[in-house]
Design a protein around this ligand. Structure first.
Ligand SMILES: *Cc1c(COP(=O)(O)O)cnc(C)c1O
Length: 404
C-alpha cells in the first residue's frame, strides 16, 4: 500500500496483509493437488480453533460465497417445513437473518431490545421469556456484532438462558463482524452453528463463507425427515468433502475458491492464530477500540451503542455532532487519507458513520490514529471548535499506552 493512498477503514472489507495477498497470487493450481489439499485441510482445522470448538466432533466449511451464505446454510440445513425461528434482533443484520428464514418459507419471531431503542441489545432474560411464551422454536439466531449499530450482544448469557428453557433448540450465531476479533468460545458457550465472512476479522479478501457446526447441529441435520432445500448449500453434499480435505484426501463437489483458500490458510496460521493466539486477538481489538472510543469522547461525539459496555471492538458507530454535515465530513476525511463508512440502519442512516478497526488495522494503531487525525481536521473545517489542539489524538494515544 503506497503511503499516499487512503486506507480502508470501513467495517469490511478491511486492509489486508501483504503476505495474505501474496499467498493468493499463484499460478493455476488444481483443487486436488497435494499442496492445496494440505492448505485446505489445515485451514478447516484452523477454523475450528479460531471458533474455539472441538476439533474431533465439529465440522467446518470454507465455501465460495460471502458472509450472507451463512444465513442460507444455517436455515436450509437446519430448518424443515413447520419449524420456526427466534431472532435475537440488535439491528439491520438481525432483520436480514429473519428475511433469510422467511425466504425459505419459515415463520420467525423477533426478540427486540427492551425499549426498542436503536443501540440497545436484547437481554438474555427477555430472550428466555419470549422463548418460553412463544416457543417452541427450532432455531434461536443472534448477531454477535451488529455492523449497522456497532453493538455486541452477550452470546454467552443468551445461549445459557436459551438452554435453560430448551435443551434441544439450535443456537446459531452470525459472527461475520466478530469472529477472529471478539471473544467467541463456541464450545464453552454451547453455540451450535456459527459463521463469518473472509473479509472482516479474518483479514482475507471477500469471497469465502467460513462456518463451524458442532454436534447438536450436525445431529439435527442428520435427523431431518426431509432433504434440505438447495443444491450448492447442502451440508449433505459438503460434509463428506470437508471431512476428506481434513483427512488430507482429494474430493470434489464444486470447485473451491483455490486462491482464496490459500490466502485464508496464510491469514489463519500466521496472523489470526499466530503470536499469542486468540486471547491476544481479543485483547488487541479491545485495546484499539477503547482507545478510539476515548478519542470520540474527547470530541464529545456520541456512540450509537447505548453504552460502552455493549459497544463492539471490531467497529465503532458514532453520531455526527449537531450542525456537522455528515456527507461533507466523510468526503473530507477521505481527502485526509481515510475511508470510513456511512450509516446503515435505515431509521438513523444519515445521522452517523462507522469506522472498522479489525484484523490488520487492530494491530496497527497508526491506522486508527490516521482516522482520528482526519476526523479532527474534517471537524475543524466545519468549525467544530472542540476538535482543536489534537485533543482526540492525545486521548487516543493516552488510552492506548495505558492499556498496554
Ligand atoms: C458484513 C456482514 C454480513 C454480510 O456479509 P457479506 O459478506 O456482505 O455477505 C452479515 N452479518 C454481519 C454481522 C455482517 O457484518
Amino acid at each position: 500500500m503506497a503511503d499516499d493512498e487512503p486506507i480502508l477503514m470501513i467495517p469490511g472489507p478491511t486492509e489486508f496483509r501483504q503476505s495474505v495477498l501474496n499467498a493468493m497470487s499463484t499460478k493455476g493450481t488444481s483443487h486436488v493437488s497435494p499442496a492445496f489439499i494440505e492448505q485446505y485441510g489445515a485451514s478447516l482445522d484452523a477454523l475450528v480453533d479460531v471458533f474455539q470448538a472441538e476439533r474431533e466432533s465439529s465440522a467446518s466449511f470454507a465455501l465460495a460465497g460471502s458472509g450472507s451464505l451463512g444465513w442460507d446454510l444455517t436455515v436450509s440445513n437446519l430448518m424443515e417445513s413447520g419449524d420456526r425461528a427466534l431472532i435475537v434482533n440488535s439491528g439491520y443484520f438481525g432483520d436480514s437473518f429473519g428475511d433469510a428464514v422467511q425466504s425459505y418459507g419459515h415463520e420467525c419471531v423477533h426478540a427486540l431490545p427492551e425499549k426498542g431503542k436503536i443501540g440497545d441489545v436484547p437481554l438474555a432474560e427477555r430472550v428466555a421469556s419470549v422463548l418460553g411464551e412463544r416457543g417452541p422454536f427450532k432455531l434461536v439466531a443472534m448477531t454477535h456484532v451488529d455492523t449497522s449499530t456497532g453493538v455486541r450482544v452477550n452470546v454467552q448469557a443468551i445461549a445459557a438462558a436459551v438452554r435453560r428453557v430448551d435443551e434441544r433448540v439450535i443456537v446459531a450465531v452470525d459472527g461475520v463482524c466478530s469472529i477472529g476479533a471478539e471473544r467467541f468460545l463456541m464450545a464453552e458457550w454451547d453455540v451450535d452453528v456459527a459463521f463469518t465472512g473472509s473479509q472482516k476479522a479474518l483479514g482475507v479478501p471477500p469471497g469465502l463463507c467460513c462456518m463451524v457446526a458442532r454436534k447438536r447441529a450436525l445431529d439435527a441435520h442428520a435427523a431431518r425427515s426431509t432433504p434440505s432445500l438447495g443444491y450448492y448449500c447442502s451440508w449433505a453434499r459438503w460434509l463428506p468433502i470437508m471431512a476428506n480435505y481434513r483427512a488430507r484426501k482429494p474430493s470434489y463437489f464444486a470447485t473451491p475458491a483455490v486462491q482464496l483458500i490459500m490466502a485464508l490458510h496464510t491469514s489463519l496460521t500466521t496472523a489470526v492464530l499466530g503470536d499469542g493466539g486468540m486471547e491476544a486477538r481479543y485483547a488487541e481489538h479491545e485495546r484499539v477500540a477503547s482507545a478510539f472510543r476515548a478519542a470520540l469522547a474527547a470530541l464529545n461525539i456520541d456512540l450509537v451503542a447505548a453504552s460502552a459496555n455493549v459497544a463492539a471492538n471490531t467497529l465503532t458507530a458514532a453520531r455526527y455532532p449537531a450542525n456537522v454535515d455528515g456527507v461533507a465530513l466523510r468526503a473530507s476525511m477521505s481527502k485526509h487519507g481515510v475511508i470510513v463508512a456511512g450509516g446503515l440502519h435505515r431509521d438513523i442512516k444519515a445521522q452517523y458513520f462507522r469506522v472498522g478497526h479489525m484484523g490488520l488495522s487492530a494491530t496497527m494503531p497508526e491506522h486508527v490514529e490516521r482516522v482520528v487525525g482526519a476526523l479532527e481536521s474534517a471537524l475543524l473545517e466545519q468549525s467544530y471548535e472542540l476538535a482543536r489542539n489534537n485533543v482526540a489524538l492525545k486521548a487516543f494515544q493516552e488510552s492506548y499506552q495505558k492499556t498496554k
